[in-house]
Design a protein around this ligand. Structure first.
Ligand code: DI6
Ligand code: FE
Length: 340
């Protein structure tokens, strides 16, 4: 028996299909080239804006059911494929609705700062201003989200732009987390730590100074080996250094249509072990206790303790290591969420 599993980083709600991009990348095109040619996140944004609520909900539920089938009892779901006020608000409402459609706790994250929308091409500052002036106050007042996220990257937003966004989030008392240092080291880990972020996610290019600042702020490192695997990256996050400095490590699917089309937390544990060198214990803690910590929910779930929710996964295995070792194997015997 383990605590119910927790997937603390997903982009579960989107429309469209990016399998053609997968083929192009197999033929040698890079993610950046595809993005510049109108593919990538922009392609999913166009499809998501066009989709009806039923289509979006149906797609998200199909993915959510895959996670649930592997014992997930808490999931984080980000917006970020709308990139205008109307569609982002629709995605946030749909994310909340997922938690009423299934026996699962859903934490909702606003990722308006995922990419610069076509309407603001060449004017990322203008888009950040829109998020700060129009969207964040409305989102905070309505209690629509549990956290605010951003994509700090050459193809996303600069540290300065994220700092302004996070300043507004902090003033509105919204917790933050950050996609940091995935493709380059823009010192996203330090930036996240500066705002006492719940987590900094990806971290392939984070250096020692970044790790130290995360330690000081109590920011969780969320490792995303699905994206690393699917993008055929070669640079691993600084696991040794995170371990040495006692920075908690969580592991999540990053389920999204482009860089991590993954709906198996068990697979991701295997990848975290084989690619990043996590121990079995770290993989299991990373999808339970540390994932709860990354969501600010360690008081309620993530461990089996008196006073917490009774979120459990019961497995038909002899040893816990089997959960991490085997691929394409789902030994879930029973899943209990809040005692049911
Ligand atoms: N980091 C990623 O790897 C994805 N988003 C993000 O913030 C990419 C999402 C996509 O390609 O659709
Ligand atoms: Fe992500």
């Amino acid at each position: 028996m383990t605590p119910g599993l927790i997937d603390c980083h997903t982009h579960l709600i989107f429309a469209g299909d990016r399998s053609r991009e997968f083929e192009l990348r197999l033929e040698g095109a890079s993610y950046e080239e595809i993005a510049r040619a109108g593919g990538g996140i922009a392609a999913t944004v166009a499809a998501t804006r066009d989709a009806g609520a039923d289509e979006l909900l149906g797609g998200a539920l199909a993915r959510l059911d895959r996670l649930i089938a592997e014992g997930v009892t808490t999931v984080e779901v980000k917006s970020g494929y709308g990139l205008n006020a109307e569609v982002e608000l629709r995605l946030l409402a749909l994310a909340r609705r997922l938690g009423r459609c299934r026996e699962i706790d859903v934490l909702v994250t606003f990722l308006g700062a995922h990419a610069v929308p076509p309407e603001f091409a060449g004017d990322p500052e203008g888009y950040i201003d829109l998020l700060r002036r129009d969207l964040l106050p409305q989102i905070a007042a309505g209690g629509l989200v549990d956290a605010v996220d951003g994509f700090c990257e050459g193809i996303g937003f600069s540290p300065g732009q994220i700092r302004r966004l996070f300043g507004t989030a902090r003033a509105l008392k919204l917790p933050v987390k950050l996609h940091a240092d995935q493709l380059s080291n823009l010192h996203g880990a330090e930036l996240a730590a500066e705002f006492s972020a719940l987590s900094a996610d990806h971290l392939e290019h984070t250096d020692e100074a970044g790790v130290r600042s995360m330690r000081r702020s109590g920011t969780v490192a969320v490792l995303l080996p699905g994206a690393f695997y699917c993008m055929r990256e070669t640079r691993c996050p600084p696991v040794e250094s995170l371990r040495e400095h006692g920075v908690p490590m969580a592991v999540a699917t990053d389920c999204n249509p482009g860089t991590s089309p993954v709906t198996s937390l068990l697979f991701v544990m295997n990848a975290a072990a084989l690619q990043f060198g996590l121990t079995v214990g770290e993989c299991l803690a990373g999808t339970t206790r540390e994932a709860a910590r990354a969501l600010g929910r360690l008081g309620e779930t993530g461990t089996i303790e008196p006073g917490k929710w009774c979120d459990l996964a019961i497995w038909d295995v002899e040893r816990p290591a089997e959960l991490v070792q085997r691929i394409g194997f789902n030994p879930l015997f029973a899943r209990i969420r809040r005692g049911r």
